[in-house]
Ligand binder design. Sequence first.
Ligand code: HEM
Ligand code: HEM
Length: 244
Amino acid sequence: MDRDTILLLHPFIAAIVVFPLIGIVVNHALQTRQRRLQVATGAKSAIPPSAGSEHVRLGRWLTGSVVGIVLIAFAVDVFGYIVDKQVWATSPFKVISIVLFFVAAIASLSFLYQAKTRLWRGVFAILTSVALIVIGSQDGVYRNDAQWYISHYYYGITASILMIFSLAIVKEIYQDRTHRWRNIHIVLNSIALLLFVGQAFTGVKSLLEIPLVWQKPYVEQLYKQQCDKMPCTVQSAPALKMPK
Ligand code: HEM
Ligand code: HEM
């Protein structure tokens, strides 16, 4: 697979798996709430009782798929940088520790799926989130710190942590008669939903801005010479080795 195709892996899975899942999960969320409020007033509800369990069943898939696409994007960014800058030659331990953080993120999330007690759910939720943050702070990841409030990275990492948190508190939502955890879940995941909408916007914007491999040396010149602000001339770049 060439670099340009690898870049498309993350948006492709977002479009074909993550966003459809978000649609179904949110639909079930609204049904769950509507049914609960109808039943609480003593009225009969036309919504089946399975709406809640379907929301959770697909919600579990949603958490996994969001963390999955974030890890794919990080892998593209971080390993792309490692190859380009030949980091392996200068600091092999750094490369090994980055690989171990990827393993740690996947292992912690799979343990979180199986954890029963509150303590272990807390521990694995924190470990998964920390592993994502550590990988996300590596060289090669485009964080857009200057515009963090519209950054695909910051929205993405926050949404992933909110999904991990939802997975960790499923038991609390069901057991809490005062609905405190349920309300916390609703508030946090309404924010997550807005972040996902933001991801769709900032994600397609990223795609628009990232040049194809053969265009890169020319487009870099446009940025260096600030061609958006002043007239400039793009020099011919050394011919790239194109895959046969
Ligand atoms: C964008 C994503 C999500 C949104 C907007 C969302 C929103 C909601 C809403 C509105 C409810 C109904 C609350 C009520 O009864 O008033 C709910 C219930 C619930 N959600 Fe989510 N949620 C999302 C993702 C998740 C995920 C990823 C999980 C866990 C893996 C999860 C676990 C639960 C649980 C356990 C309930 C209680 C279900 C029941 O009463 O049977 N949610 N959610
Ligand atoms: C659930 C939704 C999504 C999440 C949580 C998410 C998360 C992320 C994260 C954390 C990164 C790494 C930071 C960066 O390089 O900017 C990233 C990269 C990227 N995302 Fe997304 N993203 C989502 C949806 C999308 C969509 C819908 C598109 C485009 C249609 C997209 C396109 C990209 C591109 C082009 C990159 C940079 C290249 C790469 O690292 O693969 N993303 N995404």
